[in-house]
Design a protein around this ligand. Structure first.
Ligand code: ATP
Ligand code: MG
Ligand code: MG
Length: 349
């Protein structure tokens, strides 16, 4: 088929549609907003609620294959589209709920941060008693860029933390003492072919990814092989098709699973210029049943910096740098904490 349906219309949809176009595919967007970053570069935009099973089914009937760029799509309506939806609804269901995700990963004998389910304030107190402080309380659903999280320094913080996350179902995580953070960006084809890119070393500022660098330093490199094996276990257990990203903490005891995203990932944006085949193209190849492209590095060193909030205004200076590739997402007015674009620099070493 040659018509790809994307559920969600943000910058990830935009970059997927751009990559798909190079391969001759046209992307059709389904999203609840009237427009978004993917609109400029896609063949059509259907406005509809994610919960609207009938509207989604009607949209699905107009395309050959379906994917999503946003993992908070409700599972029930997309289950009906399952045979043509990649990654499959089980991957979506696991990855959109931190508790389900951690249970799944623990069930594979991988290594999540220590965690407890929290359903109310009493449960939070018990979980703190169990795991100790410091700890981090995270909502089970809808968290991103550090939103829906509260740090707990001591048991006395329980009530304030519970209120801060909106008294919603949550997980408490023990605070992980890590040396570095990194991610494994993997892709798995319909035939089970599996590949990963070089693991980026990721630096977060205020809970938001700020910088990804490849190759990562020696501390991360020493843990990449194990983290790739862990990521592969996850992908195979889910019979996953497409790009899968897993964030890890590099600790003295080896890689600790932080969280996964059932989609292309911000820490993989460097692959657009920095790898032979980028994460977006390989996602399209995977869901269309095509052979995967090489994930090899295209430069000795690659650095990707997010443009967050007003920083996006500096673009003329960025364009003056011959090593820089500027990406702006067409989001309009910058707001504090909003990802407006990114810059990738290809460096000599
Ligand atoms: P994303 O935008 O990556 O989806 P998110 O809101 O889902 O972010 P997490 O990845 O869970 O958030 O956490 C954000 C950051 O907070 C992590 O990258 C890490 O720096 C820190 N952090 C999260 N959990 C822990 C933990 N258990 N121990 C120590 N630091 C943590
Ligand atoms: Mg997350
Ligand atoms: Mg994260």
């Amino acid at each position: 088929g040659s018509r790809i349906g994307i559920i969600g219309g943000g910058q990830l949809g935009r970059m997927l549609a751009l990559a798909a176009a190079r391969l001759g595919y046209r992307c059709h967007i389904y999203a609840p907003e009237a427009s978004g970053p993917a609109a400029d570069v896609s063949a059509s935009w259907t406005q509809g609620a994610y919960e609207d099973a009938d509207a989604l089914a009607a949209f699905a009937a107009t395309v050959d294959v379906l994917t999503y760029e946003f993992e908070n799509v409700p599972v029930a309506p997309v289950k009906l589209l399952a045979s043509r939806l990649h990654p499959n609804p089980i991957a979506l269901e696991v990855a959109q709920d931190r508790l389900a995700e951690k249970d799944f990963v623990a069930g594979l004998n991988l290594r999540p941060a220590p965690y407890r389910a929290v359903d109310d304030l009493e449960g939070l107190r018990a979980a703190i008693a169990d795991l100790g402080a410091p700890a981090i309380l995270k909502t089970r659903r809808f968290g991103y860029d550090g939103k829906g999280q509260a740090r707990i320094a001591s048991p006395a913080d329980a009530e304030a933390a519970w209120a801060a996350i909106g008294s919603r179902p949550a997980v408490l995580e023990g605070f992980v003492r890590f040396d570095r953070e990194f991610s494994i960006i993997a892709v798995r084809g319909i035939d089970g072919a599996f590949a990963t890119w070089d693991a980026p070393d990721n630096v977060h500022e205020n809970g938001i990814l700020a910088l990804s660098t490849v190759p990562a330093g020696p501390l991360v490199q020493a843990q990449v092989e194990e983290a790739v094996a862990m990521t592969r276990r996850v992908a195979e257990a889910l019979d996953y098709v497409g790009v899968l990203a897993v964030e890890y903490f590099a600790t003295a005891g080896g890689p600790v699973f932080n969280e996964m995203a059932p989609r292309v990932h911000n820490s993989g944006h460097w692959t657009i210029e920095g790898a032979v085949t980028c994460q977006f193209e390989n996602h399209i190849r995977a869901i269309c049943g095509l052979p995967l492209g090489s994930t090899a590095l295209a430069a000795p060193r690659v650095e990707m910096r997010n443009l967050i909030g007003a920083e996006a205004d500096d673009w003329p200076a960025i364009l003056a740098d011959p090593t820089a590739h500027l990406h702006l997402y067409g989001k309009g007015a910058p707001r504090p904490g909003r990802k407006m674009g990114h810059v990738t620099r290809l460096l000599a070493g």
